[in-house]
Design a binder for this molecule. Structure first.
Ligand SMILES: C[S@@+](CC[C@H](N)C(=O)[O-])C[C@H]1O[C@@H](n2cnc3c(N)ncnc32)[C@H](O)[C@@H]1O
Length: 264
């Protein structure tokens, strides 16, 4: 059924449910500093959608520059209204949306590239993902880091729906299909608005669910010198506390999200 949400609601609901641009910017900054002992200034946000992270990036200092890359003009247009328009003139001059394919972007070399919310899972063939990782590796400066995220755990492969209640909004994350032989999968986002009206399949993703060891091997094959995996800590109830630290081993809990940093 077609969603009756306005475009403003669609992207407002999405960002409130699945994004936290400020915490992602500070995570990338802290980790980059830990690796190289100084702050990064240039960042490329692949699959940027509304470019929330890029707009947060350029607000850090007058030396920060960002490039947001997305194929689709709709989220770019919404990002220009939601985030870019709120930047100062000087900040706007340091942030550019590029409506391009991440595989063929015209963005210059940067110190940091990020690909969040699992967007690179659109590359289902090993050769395609390797090509993407190689192109990211080439686009980084000598002291560069590529940050990406991944989710997994036994629950993430079951046809179930996760629900999260927010202020005036319910967010649903549904696994609609998972093929254990190929890891082809379909996930969908639904929302219930403040009036109790449900909007189904507002976003739908057809992906391959890549595993952590596959990704780490591919990143090294693409030319990265090493990868660091970040595991989330627990709160008092045993749920994720939103704080990620480097790890080499972990408990395979029901569903988990993790970050990977790949260094040049
Ligand atoms: C899951 S959304 C992610 C948005 C945002 N990065 C986030 O963290 O929420 C995936 C985005 O990737 C874009 N996309 C898909 N394939 C792409 C490609 N080859 N090059 C650039 N953008 C692409 C889509 O248009 C969509 O906006």
């Amino acid at each position: 059924m077609k969603s009756a949400l306005t475009l403003e609601q669609k992207y407002d609901f999405y960002e409130r449910s699945v994004q936290n641009a400020d915490s992602e910017v500070s995570f990338m900054n802290d980790e980059y500093q830990r690796f190289y002992g100084h702050a990064p200034y240039t960042m490329r946000e692949d699959f940027c959608g509304t470019g929330a992270i890029s707009c947060a990036w350029v607000q850090q200092s007058k030396d920060c520059e960002a490039y947001g890359i997305d194929l689709d003009p709709e989220p770019i247009r919404m990002g220009q209204q939601r985030h870019f328009a709120k930047l100062t003139k000087a900040q706007q001059q340091r942030m550019r949306y590029l409506q391009e394919n991440v595989l063929k972007t015209s963005a210059p070399k940067v110190e940091v590239v990020c690909a969040f919310n699992f967007s690179y899972w659109i590359f289902k063939k090993r050769s395609e993902l390797l090509r993407y990782f190689k192109s990211v590796r080439k686009s980084l400066t000598k002291q560069g880091v590529f940050f990406l995220d991944i989710f997994a755990g036994p629950e993430s492969q079951k046809l179930i729906t996760d629900t999260k209640k927010l202020k005036g909004l319910t967010y649903y994350w549904e696994c609609q299909h998972f093929n254990p032989l190929t890891h082809d999968c379909t996930f969908a986002i639904h929302f219930k608005d403040a009036k109790g009206k449900k909007h189904d399949n507002v976003f739908t993703y057809h992906w391959r669910m890549w595993t952590m060891p596959e990704l780490r091997d591919l990143l090294v094959e693409a030319g990265f010198s090493k990868t660091v995996v970040y595991w989330e800590g627990d709160d008092e109830d045993g749920n994720g506390n939103g704080e990620f630290a480097p790890a080499d081993d972990a408990l395979n809990c029901d569903a988990w999200v993790s970050y990977i940093a790949a260094l040049t």
